[in-house]
Design a protein around this ligand. Sequence first.
Ligand code: HEM
Length: 462
Amino acid sequence: MTDLSAGTSPLAPFLAPAPRPHEKPLGFFSFVLTASRNPIEIWGTRAFQEPVLRNDWLKTPTIVVNDPTLIRRTLVDNAANYVMQPLRQRVLKPILRDGLLTAEGDLWKRTRKAMAPVFAPRNVAGLARVMADRSESFAERLAGRPGHVVDLSHEMTLLTYDILQATLFSDDITGEPAEFARAMDVFMAHMGRVDPLDILDAPSFLPRLGRLRGRSAARYFRQMIAETAERRRRQMASDPASAPRDLLTLLLECEGLSPSEIEDNIITFIGAGHETTARALGWTLYLLSQAPHEREKVERELDALLPGLPDPLDWMDALPQTRAALEEAMRLYPPAPSLNRMAVEADRVGDLDVPAGASLLVMPWLVHRHELLWDRPGHFLPDRFLPENRAKLDRYQYLPFGVGPRVCIGASFAMQEGVIALASLMRHGRFDYAGDRPPHPVQKITVQPRGGLPMRISRRAG
Ligand code: HEM
């Protein structure tokens, strides 16, 4: 563990709001209710103290792995023994179908290999300029409303949506963009809804009412995506040089993916890659608003360096303080808080037996706040992620993008987008929290602030 007290600001670090862990285990009904409303509230104090624990809340036992060595052992060395957990698949598969996030076995292997070129460093680097242009104009517009209070969480969703559709489709979507955005909103709001029936393992023929609306939005959405892809396919055939080098073109160039698999993966990119980044940005700006000395460090870095960095591709390495704030926010509020697997065969993890069929949970939410792994785990201390300190972290104690073969394929895209967007937003504006009480984090696939993030805007530069 790195002691971060030496050489840092004398100001007390900010304790990030989070549900208080229970001293005593929850009863069965309270567990089911809490798990369906806000799963991060089910945890007791031991979950933040033990290297590994077993819970027998439901009919299948759940092993929760917090220890970095054991995480490596399960999700990397013995990854083949741990498939995606059936509950997660039940929630996501009807919408994402054969997309990479929900694919398994040979389909997953073939798709992952086929899609590797899409996120190759050269291709991600090629998207930096578009990311910066979109972020800059968004930041200028937002900063042009000084004194206004906006829901920054929602604003970040608009920004990352704009960046995603620009890098994915280059604005070239069939149909009305506003209608497309509305369908996507409904789709996103319903996609990850975990119904109490799912937790109880009820048969899939029982309707999960909350997801029905999401399905019709998904149908509409899929049709527009199919038409957009078809039009691009024709363009690439008739005049290849005119097709933009965006994610859609890169996906259509992948060998061995059928048209419906391509659609599934576009929907997967939208589902996996838009809200996650938005949550990371929202929480970063909230945390910085509560730690003005940390915010000043980032502002100083941006003011000193950005004028000399015309190419946004250089920002990732040249702005360590900005990047550290984003990484620390993703530690405290990991946008994807839970990696859920099921053991195919019996295994042993640390001192615990893992029976075949057991659930295995690796929770960035717990690992990132674990008392054995972090100095002042609940506090916002971005300096932990400055290069000299970051090098001392165990690879398996910080997992915002997961680990092992199923690590996020969009991680470098997301980091590049996050740093560029944060730098643009903070260059132009300053955001101060204007809520009456601290935001409460809620797990709904991503970790989001309940009721949004009311923030007051002031203008900085530009
Ligand atoms: C801050 C932003 C993001 C975070 C925190 C994040 C997090 C994650 C995590 C934790 C996983 C692994 C899930 C597991 O093992 O169960 C994952 C997988 C995935 N992510 Fe991301 N992600 C982000 C952005 C993106 C973006 C921008 C894209 C695409 C444009 C993307 C596409 C995917 C896909 C396709 C997978 C499935 C990979 C596989 O199973 O082989 N993600 N992401």
